[in-house]
Design a protein around this ligand. Sequence first.
Ligand code: GLN
Length: 532
Amino acid sequence: MQKKRKYLFITGGVVSSLGKGLTTASIALLLEKKGFKVALLKLDPYLNVDPGTMNPFQHGEVYVTDDGAETDLDLGHYHRYTTSNLSRASTATSGQIYDAVIKRERRGDYLGNTVQVIPHITDEIKHRIIQCGDKEDADVVLTEIGGTVGDIESLPFLEAIRQFLYEHPRDSLNVHLTYVPYLKAAGEVKTKPTQHSVQVLRSIGIIPDMILCRSEQSLSEELKAKISLFCNVPPNRVFDEIDVETSIYEVPLMLEKQRVASTLCELLSLEDCPVDLSDWVYLIEKIKHPKGKLTVGIVGKYLQHQDAYKSVFEALEHGAIAAGYSIEIKTFNSDELDFSIELSGCNGYLVPGGFGSRGWEGMIYAASYCRKNKIPYLGICLGMQSMVVDFARHVLGLEQANSTEIDPNTPHPVISLLSEQKNVTDLGGTMRLGAYPCSLNEKSLAYRAYKKSKISERHRHRYEFNNKYLQSFKDHGLEVSGLYEEGNLCEIVEIKDHPWMVGVQFHPELKSRPTDPHPLFRDFIQAMIGHG
Ligand code: GLN
């Protein structure tokens, strides 16, 4: 018998930054643990076709999937909490939806008709939701709608969901995440903002099936009853999601305690069963009882935005948990790095990805500092390129060595444009993106970490190690330990006479999970123990 696919729509009310992505990911994990195959979709109301061309200060990290989609950082949460396969089908923006409809209009597919938000845009949105489930042959599709209800931009998405809920009455439902603040002046918890956000939803035609209340403290039964009455949702479907004590990885446990996923199963007529969360309980225990603390310095340039290096921060945490340590992250703005003051006080340093010349010399300085002082260093993408440039300038003696991204006229372009990038004119979606295979040298730190010689990692860059200088680098002690053989591209560099200095052209942070830390982050953390 063909299975009936179920759909969950997660909306947010009152304010942004309530942790809708985390909540969606946590519910997905609980459903996965109950044995259901989940697919996740993030709908973003902005007009950019993808976040790839947005400044990290505005948007935070760009999460890249295996098939090369540049997506919202919430997909990173989905990846960390579940094993669901994320792809181009896991993301859609208003820009993409409109682009698809307008292209069809130009082709003449709607000939004779006026093209409108309803039904053409809403049909395209519903099509994406169905497609996401089909692609993974999922039991449950979880769709998170970016933004907050009441935003003008998200209206077509909410209208599409209203239609979807109407068309699939027994197989779909809305979970509304809202904020219930504690007002100090009144000494009370206030439900009014929640009432208002549900009123907005209802004016669009959506009655929530479940309300999750983000609040500082647990809500009394009385308050839940009040929210229930005003919002038209039974009291046993009003849950609280209070601020977690130690880690965001506690959220699934908190939701499970209240039987959130079981309630969803009941509502969707899905067979419920108990979940085994022992791996997550163990994880939280380890986080709560570290045997020591490590400090890592991040030398980057988007540090004012707390989410710009989201996956890097998380992957460091995963590595530390695996080692039984807690991690403190010290940030150094490479833009303002005062070269007369040495970096200090950290057990290791990480230079993450980035674009453009601002802050570049600070990154090279960080690589130099770690190389000379034999301090563990992990360079990611631009951080790998800064490691190569430092080595060229200060070990090979090529004083003006540079990346052509920064200095197109450098006499020593040790990092240069990938050949396939030479004729690129559009900036959106045209980098070397997504997963590529990489072969490891068996006598390397990389091989020691991965414990296998063939790996696959995800990329997002235009510039690359220049093989013209390969022999010279090798002769002086910088090894290429990972290679994309088909294109003869250097993917990993290591410094021979150093305890742990590794630069990778790809983004390992995107594949790390708390329950399965990335091998490079795990080994970087291990190398940091005892340093500093
Ligand atoms: N700007 C560099 C390049 O395009 C590095 C990119 C990155 O760090 N993601 O190659």
